[in-house]
Write a protein that binds this ligand. Sequence first.
Ligand code: UD1
Length: 420
Amino acid sequence: MDKFIIQGGRPLEGTVRISGAKNAALPIMAAALLTSEKVQLDNIPRVRDIVTMAKLLAHMKVHVIAQDVPPSAMTIQTEEISHAEAPYELVKTMRASVLTLGPLVARFGYARVSLPGGCAIGARPIDLHIQALEKMGAKMVTEHGYVEARAERLRGAEIHFEKITVTGTENILMAATLAQGETILSNAAREPEIADLADLLIKMGAKIEGAGTSTIRVRGVEKLHGAAHRVIPDRIEVGTFLVAGAITGGNVLLTECEPRHLCAIIDKLSECGVEITAESATSLRVRASGKLRTADVTTEEYPGFATDMQAQYLALATQAEGDSLITETIFENRFMHASEMIRMGANIEINGRQAIVHGPTPLSGTTIIASDLRASASLVLAGLVAENTTVVDRVYHIDRGYERIENKLRALGARIERSG
Ligand code: UD1
């Protein structure tokens, strides 16, 4: 299993290019199931979850044509499929496999998808996806750890999500494009990745209004056609590099990003005394020279502070002057990284969904274990400021969602190596 070996203590300096958004690319790849024509995608991040999604599509005998592995561009064509199934072996490594449920039942009238089960950050059920498809006329059966959906043709319905769900909104949005009649999704998630998915679907001929707001209207069509699409930049990768620049007292230019997607994060880091300036419409510079101040954070759905940035922010808070209160409202068990940072010398109290970080504390290098994707990013950030050597174990988590983070960090002057 790969590890990162980090010698901390160097301010990061230079330029880093941001990759495409994993969480936009995954539903977009699933959307290619909705048409028999070619869907051409660009700015795909070269990360493991994308390889898993490509494997899942290939498992159904979908044509996935990519020049290199992992790919940054690919063409997907779904003339026919051999079987409409997402097996447990793939779903267990990537929950986003569940994004095939809506498109499969909408186009082929049948889908069988393994239930994802819990994960390191909480229970994460898909009951809201299931209820919504049921409301659209699908016969849903859950047995033997799989959910099966059947419908000759889905019909439009009024879907009110009890709780805001990102992949739930995406699944139902995709399903609704081929349903008979109009679907109205209320209390829908507003993440930029949903607007990006809708952009592609509209190019494919879908009739969608309101994506990116909490009410989305979809008028179902008989058929969708092929399209070409460039995936939006990864706002969580941007946020992670902003923290990397800030925590090391560095000066980093981030290019090919979309600053408008990062308002909550930029505001919070600015409150901490980090200087962030837009150098162009698609680039941000982060500088941190003085002392970091504390700012309390509560995670929220977009446009609030992303739960996917909570762990990285917590790493920063260990270096800020005073007490930071960090409240996690989206997932019930998302402070696993804190116990590893405590082992490095951080002073953190965890109380249910809240963490109080007493800073600043010097961190000292040791061997730490990554428990999930964003937790592992936060441990790398902690390693960048720790004294001596930090070994971050199980970096396969980080490879799921960051494109060779060690190469990007090394190009900024960090001393980080991968060891097998
Ligand atoms: C997506 C993101 C993930 C991010 C999360 C929250 C992708 C591939 N993943 O995950 O990186 O951390 O949004 O921003 O885009 N819930 C239910 N029932 C459901 C669905 C969700 O109770 O049917 C609950 C979840 O347990 C969680 C909350 O709703 O507490 C939000 O989850 P959701 O938005 O669905 O997260 P994901 O789409 O899985």
